[in-house]
Design a protein around this ligand. Structure first.
Ligand code: FAD
Ligand code: SIN
Length: 536
């Protein structure tokens, strides 16, 4: 008998978006959390800099709004930005009630009084980043996981991989098309299980693994975007992939971010010859917006033929560095780099997906029964370039709004009978080398042709190659029993194609999308999202 499970609230993903939503819906019904690895493994767990929210007297909602709009290069939805920035402080307060502790400092000259130790990052006009030293995400993830333990209504499914959304349309049920569940691969026994639910939340995070070099952990394969797209849900603005300028460059470091907060505390980007070259590119120098810094580093590396540039914070006292950035200090020491005495070799790497499944601030998608929150979603907050530390903020605000709406209507949805997953004639794959080869080829193609600087010709080349790979992968998918490797490959290929399709639609350079064929902004595109939707 194939396994069937039923929940009121089904959540795919256990990063900040999934967990914050789980905390909110848990008192109102049964909750299933499906997550493809260990429950803490998520982009959230690696977030360093912190969460942007207006908490200081010197700051204001208007300033945070202005900085976000400025970074977003004319493509943010201002109403969405206002909602998220205004609601942010209250949701951050709730995070603290759930157990999150942010770093504090003594108020100078105020006799032991304490306040948040606010950090500063590129594009922010004020210090407004709440953080837990340089491992904020780990602290948030731990606090939320701990808080969820108090809810008996929550059932966990670790090592469970969501394959595809189940819709009434696919089942041939009449009436409004609705998401009624998900097919899920239990990676512990290889069985595909059926999860039905009254409402499904996609909180599957981003897609950094589409690129050869990324700050993201292995889970970030764009599964949610790919699943939604296959189900006919509109996806938007995928051309806006944010490259973080400062990823540690070391042959043994697979992926390790050096937070922008290092620059906020005085770190300077330099060429390997020691020149602080950012002055030549932007008036804010090392603290210029991320897209500018990443492009400048890319240009300098191409010009000098060097494999990396440097981030130098050695001007600061060693004690300050070790105390403010213990995670980075210790990690770099393991690779033989003492950041208190020598510069850190860094390179840009794919970091954040600004586009995603088209939603409003309550995660509502075009498909009834399906909401999307967190990095998987495109709400309009980030526009063409995300302001640093705005994503954790977006996740908590939107998870809250989504939860408030779904709990109100949860009783209204009838259960639908779902047939078990069909394996057909699928058998075990005999040539896994093909899968790993295609992984490499796809990620390299994206890095070489769809990276920081693009051209139409390179995008078209990438499109052709991705199409061939997708055909081969699809054949594999039909013929062989599914594995997480194959499913992820299918998803990164789909997402790669969506990124290229969106990039080809936009005949201008704006924010993170920079093409040599259209190096300027085209004001006709100022408020246009690039939307892709699977043809029926
Ligand atoms: P995630 O935290 O990525 O969680 C996704 C979850 O979905 C995971 O549990 C994953 O296993 C699961 N999942 C995915 N696919 C499937 C599937 N098919 N089946 C089952 N489960 C699945 N943002 C900030 O605002 N401030 C920062 O300081 C900051 N620093 C960052 C540092 C690094 C190194 C990185 C990589 C990102 C950083 N970001 C930061 C971005 C931010 O961390 C993410 O945007 C945010 O954490 C995303 O949260 P999420 O809940 O949407 O997704
Ligand atoms: C960082 O700490 O530099 C990452 C912040 C972010 O991506 O928002």
């Amino acid at each position: 008998m194939a396994t069937e499970r039923h929940f009121d609230f089904l959540i795919l993903g256990s990063g900040i978006a999934g967990l914050f939503y789980a905390m909110k819906v848990a008192p109102h019904g049964s909750v299933g959390i499906v997550t493809k690895k260990h429950r803490a493994e998520s982009n959230t767990n690696y977030a360093q800099g912190g969460i942007a929210a207006v908490t200081s007297k010197e700051d204001s909602v208007e300033m945070h709004l202005k900085d976000t709009l400025q970074a977003g290069a004319g493509l943010c939805n201002e109403a969405v930005v206002r909602t998220i920035v205004e609601e942010g402080p209250e949701r951050v307060g709730e995070l603290m009630q759930m157990g999150m502790e942010f770093s504090e400092r003594e108020v100078p000259g105020a006799d032991g009084e304490r306040e948040f130790d606010l950090g500063k990052e590129g594009g922010h006009s004020k210090r407004r980043i709440l953080h837990a030293k340089d491992a904020t995400g780990r602290a948030i993830e731990a606090a939320l996981l701990n808080a969820i333990n108090a809810h008996d209504s929550v059932e966990w499914f670790e090592d469970h991989f969501a394959i595809d959304l189940i819709t009434t349309e696919k089942l041939g049920v009449e009436g409004e098309n609705r998401c009624v569940g998900v097919y899920v691969l239990n990676q512990l026994n290889g069985e595909v299980e059926t999860f039905s639910a009254k409402t499904v939340l996609l909180a599957t995070g981003g897609c950094g693994k589409v690129y050869l070099y990324t700050t993201n952990p292995d889970i970030a394969t764009g599964d949610g975007v790919a699943m939604a797209y296959r189900a006919g849900v509109p996806v938007a603005n995928m051309e806006f992939i944010q490259f973080h300028p400062t990823c540690l460059y070391h042959s043994k470091a697979k992926t390790f971010l050096v937070t922008e907060a290092v620059r906020g505390e005085g770190g300077i980007i330099k060429g390997i010859d020691g020149e602080a070259f950012m002055d030549r590119y932007h008036k804010l120098a090392s603290l210029a917006p991320r897209d500018v810094v990443a492009r400048a580093i890319d240009a300098e590396m191409k010009k000098t033929g060097s494999d990396s540039v440097h981030l130098d914070i050695t001007d600061k006292p060693a004690k300050f560095i070790a105390d403010r950035f213990p995670n980075i200090h210790q990690t770099c020491l393991k690779f033989g780099i003492d950041i208190t005495r020598e510069p850190i070799p860094i390179v840009p790497a794919a970091h954040y997906q600004c586009g995603g499944v088209l939603t409003d601030t309550s995660g509502r998608t075009d498909l009834a029964g399906l909401r999307a929150v967190g990095e998987v979603a495109c709400t309009g907050l980030h526009g063409a370039n995300r302001l640093a530390s705005n994503s954790l903020l977006e996740a908590v605000v939107c998870a809250h709004q989504a939860a408030m709406e779904v709990v109100e209507k949860i009783g209204d949805h009838p259960d639908v009978e779902i047939p078990p997953w069909q394996t057909g004639n699928a058998h075990d794959a005999d040539e896994l080398v093909v899968v790993s080869h295609n992984w490499d080829e796809l990620r390299r193609t994206m890095w070489d042709y769809v990276g920081i600087v693009r051209t139409t010709k390179r995008l078209q080349r990438a499109k052709t190659r991705i199409a061939l790979l997708r055909e081969e992968i699809q054949q594999y998918y039909w013929d062989f029993t599914v594995t997480s490797d194959l499913l992820e490959l299918r998803n990164i290929a789909t997402v790669a194609d969506l990124i290229v399709s969106c990039a080809l639609q936009r005949p201008e350079s704006r924010g993170l999308h920079y093409t040599l064929d259209y190096p300027e902004r085209n004001e006709e595109w100022a408020q246009k999202n690039t939307i892709v939707r699977r043809e029926k």
